[in-house]
Design a protein around this ligand. Structure first.
Ligand SMILES: Nc1nc2c(c(=O)[nH]1)N[C@H]1C(S)=C(S)[C@@H](COP(=O)(O)O)O[C@H]1N2
Ligand SMILES: [Mo]
Length: 420
């Protein structure tokens, strides 16, 4: 018998369920209703399913049945100590399951007690305030599907274009998309009254990095949100529980998590994340600062690096496209190394500043081929090739790469990074 019991269930009842499940050979999950050595061992993928599930009672309603099937392996692959990648090659649709949302935190994911958390809005305002979580949740709410992307997604693509073994997860996995719920920052700023001359706000996190970024007031007054909800539940710890700044379409770093302070001022604060990090050395020797908007990008998620095609024949090419400047208008796919570009189908909904799913029917003839996609957003911007990007930007940066990513399919069906 494990220690945990569902409220209202007697020990005997839990015992009965345990025995029944064991007899049925059904699986349970670690930390679930009960946890005995025996039930835990049946968690291994490929075990625990009865040969004929119509002949045995299934799992009772509850946590165990709500878990991902033990036959499904979906994990965020750890990058470096600070980040983990969304498994873009193994998920469908446009919403990233919350536990698979990529994470970047410069000093670990802060564990914040929601009862002690506060948000202070001060500086060039008429009426400074300190809000607790209940106060925040009382304001009119809004929900919106928005992608996030770390501007350091694909840092290797600038210098070396990666290695042949790259997967879509480790090359481009620092982007995800969720339904965020929260309060418009414009609502909060109206509450405090912005003083004339205030042009920027410092957003500050309550993590050990005390992450701080300067954000122009225009962005805060247009579509910025203080989000407390993610895909219908409170934010996950890694996403900034209990509340984060959400700036649709802007580089991930500006979306301050574990947000505790907004300080209004007449100039940017020039903290290290906007003077050292997240800036782009340009070929003319200057450094570009405050590159906020994520430019249009797309990626074929399947078939993609590390995957193997079972053989020639029909294969639906699938991928994701997004733009920080609005909606994706078109995605084009080439299956001949960039010669001909044909339109892919965009799956509804096609939302501004959200991942957009595209699909392209393809028949692989079994010969070596290079497949790639390019996004065109509603401003008419066309996603460039890596060569085009490097021509303008040089190779001095590790940020803001959005070049086309080609994949090579060899006759044995293996898929590799074609520009490595
Ligand atoms: N307080 C705080 N906010 C932060 C960070 C951090 O380290 N601390 N990392 C930033 C970076 S670099 C990115 S890309 C995004 C990542 O958001 P996610 O972890 O929810 O995907 O959060 C940003 N907000
Ligand atoms: Mo980031």
């Amino acid at each position: 018998m494990g220690k945990y019991q569902e409220p209202g269930r007697s020990a005997q009842r839990s015992e009965r369920i345990t025995r029944r499940q064991l007899l049925a050979g059904a699986f349970a999950t670690a930390g679930g209703l009960t946890a005995t050595a025996c039930r835990r061992s049946s968690l291994t993928a490929g075990q625990g399913a009865p040969p004929d599930p119509t002949k045995v009672q299934g799992l009772p309603p509850g946590d165990a049945a709500g878990r991902r099937s033990p036959f499904v392996r979906l994990t965020r692959e750890a990058g470096w100590t600070f980040w983990s990648y969304t498994p873009l090659g193994n998920i469908d649709g446009i919403i990233t399951p919350s536990d698979l949302h990529y994470e970047v935190h410069h000093a670990g994911a802060a564990v914040v007690d929601p009862n002690r958390w506060t948000l202070t809005i001060h500086g060039m305002v008429e009426r400074p305030i300190v809000l607790n979580l209940d106060d925040l949740r009382k304001f009119p709410s809004l929900s919106r599907i928005v992608f996030l992307e770390c501007s350091g997604n694909s840092p290797v693509s600038w210098r070396s274009a990666g290695s042949p073994q790259d997967t879509v997860q480790n090359l481009v996995g620092l982007t995800s998309c969720s339904l965020w719920t929260g309060v418009a920052v414009s609502t909060l700023l109206r509450e405090v009254g912005v003083k004339a001359g205030a042009k920027w706000a410092l957003a500050e996190g309550s993590d050990a990095a005390v992450m701080t970024r300067s954000i122009p007031i225009e962005k805060l007054m247009s579509d910025a949100m203080v989000a407390y909800g993610q895909n219908g539940e409170p934010l996950r710890i890694a996403q900034g529980f209990p509340a984060r700044l959400l700036l649709p379409g802007w580089e991930g770093n500006t979306n301050i998590k574990w947000l505790r302070r907004l300080e209004l001022a007449d100039a940017p604060f020039m903290h290290k994340e906007e003077t050292g990090s997240y800036t782009d050395p340009m070929p003319d020797g200057k450094v570009r600062q405050f590159t906020f908007v994520i430019e249009a990008r797309s990626i074929i998620t399947s078939p993609s690096g590390g995957q193997t095609l079972p053989g020639p024949g029909f294969c639906e090419i699938r991928g994701l496209a997004w733009s920080g400047r609005g909606r994706i208008n078109r995605v084009e796919v080439s299956t001949d190394g960039g010669g001909a570009w044909l339109p892919a189908t965009l799956d509804e909904p096609v939302l501004p500043m959200a991942h957009t799913r595209f699909r392209f029917p393809w028949k692989w003839d079994g010969r070596e081929v290079v497949i790639e996609s390019r996004a065109i957003d509603e401003t008419g911007y066309v996603q460039p090739t890596r060569a085009q990007l490097v021509k303008v930007r040089g190779t001095g940066s590790i940020y803001h790469f959005n070049g086309i990513q080609p994949w090579r399919v060899t006759p044995d069906g293996k898929v590799t990074n074609a520009i490595a």
